[in-house]
Design a protein around this ligand. Structure first.
Ligand SMILES: C[S@@+](CC[C@H](N)C(=O)[O-])C[C@H]1O[C@@H](n2cnc3c(N)ncnc32)[C@H](O)[C@@H]1O
Length: 389
């Protein structure tokens, strides 16, 4: 069965469920269309001959390899196992498009393939967590009676840079104090790995410091635990250590790597990212680009670019957008400067709506028609609007 370059639903047929059957084994070959952003595939199941497929009866899963046979094992849902028959329908490219070949689809019992079975149980746990999160969000619960599906971790508060606007490193005393703080505790990481990681889909490496500056043993162990538990990673970085700390394996485990840039010329970049060098930054970014584009994977790790809007870089915002388009960035994260020190007030654009809007609107116009995901501020209110607001 195949669907050449069309994101259509594929009927896999009707399967008799034996008492010993526990899993659905699928062997698929998927190739996403160029520029299509594959995220996941979805299997619909239905237990009656005549009942319709619906969004309540689905199993979501991610395949890894592009244009290669890949076997995936999924747990037959508990409710379906009460029935004698199950009908299956596959949506290989949810929100994407491409071609799909179904090489095998069958129900199987527990067997010697422990790795495949463990993966099936992990996926089922993550699906369960997702359903619980939706339930908690719908009910607007303040306290959730289930583990989270994503987690933000600060592996270190230390940083090699002293960005002028940074609340944690912009001042020499703060910088020294944060660089003396202990890195994330190894034992705590182990217990999180055991107790929480299996439920997670994503871990976000954030915080005051440069995540990739954490001691190497902890860094490697963190990625090992993510790999064992099939957790994707997002990370915001100043780019200094990408070559040293991210090999192809680690890059393949990234959902998104976001580079903070804050300046398009040597002088503005160096002023805002004190201690960094623009050529070195670009070198590291190019390394990431080469590896991510060279991976034979369906879900390419995404490139994010972050920009803090300041008086000294607002005129370079359109160039930043052109750069992002050329680099085929997937996400732009733009923020106004947050003021932590009185002496930084002159860098704020809060009282400069005309100046800000001139460059922001040029940049936003350039982005029209692109599919770059935007997490950016709206245009500023002018002074008269602000007075009425
Ligand atoms: C604190 S850094 C930590 C991650 C990493 N070391 C980096 O440089 O991206 C995270 C992000 O916060 C931004 N940031 C720092 N201070 C800020 C401020 N005062 N206002 C707005 N954004 C700020 C940085 O530019 C960076 O993009």
């Amino acid at each position: 069965m195949s669907s050449p370059s069309t994101p259509k639903l594929l009927n896999l047929g009707l399967f008799f469920i034996k008492r010993s059957d526990v899993f659905i084994d699928l062997t698929l070959r998927l190739q996403a269309d160029p520029d299509a952003r594959y995220d996941y595939s979805k299997l619909y199941y239905s237990t009656g001959f005549l009942s319709k497929f619906n969004e309540e009866q689905t199993i979501c899963f991610k395949l890894s390899l592009a244009n290669a046979h890949e076997q995936i094992r999924l747990l037959i849902p508990e409710e379906a196992r009460k029935h004698k028959w199950i009908r299956l329908r596959l949506d290989p490219f949810v929100h994407a498009s491409g071609s799909c070949q179904v090489e095998a689809a069958k129900l199987v019992a527990e067997d010697a393939n422990e790795a495949l079975s463990r993966h099936a149980y992990l996926l089922a746990l993550k699906e369960w967590t997702r359903a619980k999160v939706v339930e908690s969000e719908t009910e607007k619960r303040a306290i959730t009676p289930h583990p989270p599906e994503s987690l933000s971790l600060e592996l270190t508060a230390a940083c090699n840079l002293q960005c002028s606007h940074c609340s944690s490193h912009g001042d020499i005393d703060e910088h020294r104090m944060n660089n003396r703080r202990l890195a994330f505790d190894g034992e705590l990481l182990e217990s999180l790995g055991k107790e929480v990681f299996p439920f997670l889909t994503l871990i976000n490496l954030v915080g005051r410091g440069e995540p990739s500056m954490v001691p190497l043993a902890l860094w490697n162990r963190f990625f090992e635990l993510c790999d064992e538990n099939k957790v994707l990673v997002t990370c915001v970085t100043n780019g200094s250590f990408v070559k040293q700390r991210f090999d192809a394996k680690k890059i393949s485990m990234l959902d998104t790597l976001t580079f903070s840039i804050d300046g398009m010329t040597h002088d503005v970049f160096t002023h805002n990212r004190r201690g960094a060098d623009l050529d070195d930054f670009l070198n590291n970014l190019n390394y990431f680009q080469e590896i991510r584009h060279g991976l034979n994977v369906l879900r390419k790790p995404r490139l994010g670019l972050s920009w803090t809007l300041k008086r000294n870089n607002i005129h370079q915002f359109p160039d930043f957008v052109r750069f992002a388009i050329d680099a085929k960035a997937d996400l732009l994260y733009v923020r106004h400067l947050l003021l932590f020190r009185p002496q930084d007030a002159d860098e704020s654009l809060i009282n400069e709506p005309e100046l800000t809007n001139r460059y922001l609107s040029t940049g936003y116009n350039l982005l029209k028609g692109t599919d770059i995901k935007l997490d950016v501020p709206p245009l500023s209110l002018d002074k008269a609007e602000a007075a009425l607001a």
